[in-house]
Design a protein around this ligand. Sequence first.
Ligand SMILES: [Zn+2]
Ligand SMILES: [Zn+2]
Length: 131
Amino acid sequence: MIGGSCFCGAIAFELSAPPVVMGTCHCSRCRKAGASTIVFVKRETFRWLRGEEFVARCEPEPPFKFARCFCRKCGTALGEPLSGEDAFPIAANCLDDDPVVRNAFHEFVSAKPAWYDICDGAKQFQEHPVK
Ligand SMILES: [Zn+2]
Ligand SMILES: [Zn+2]
């Protein structure tokens, strides 16, 4: 099991399998939300352990589509665990165990701030990854 939690401990979840992929987004929205590095998890591998009632949702302004989730008590960015999709991103910063996967790509490198240097060999995309 791969555990995850917010920093105050009110919210905890676990993954029954390693995430599908890890990626880092350098856009200002992910950066400000504190969720630049995310892991995509399959819904059937994700389970709440406690604190789902403390999850706050920040709804996006169009054209952005995805709500951001945070702990209502401590503000830890959680990614999108309330997503209705079959797979959704979880903020890697709230994982307590090694998720096995390593960063596979950087997206929105065009929006990366000058103070952040990319120090791994993962693929880089100026905007969304081109499949
Ligand atoms: Zn918390
Ligand atoms: Zn982003």
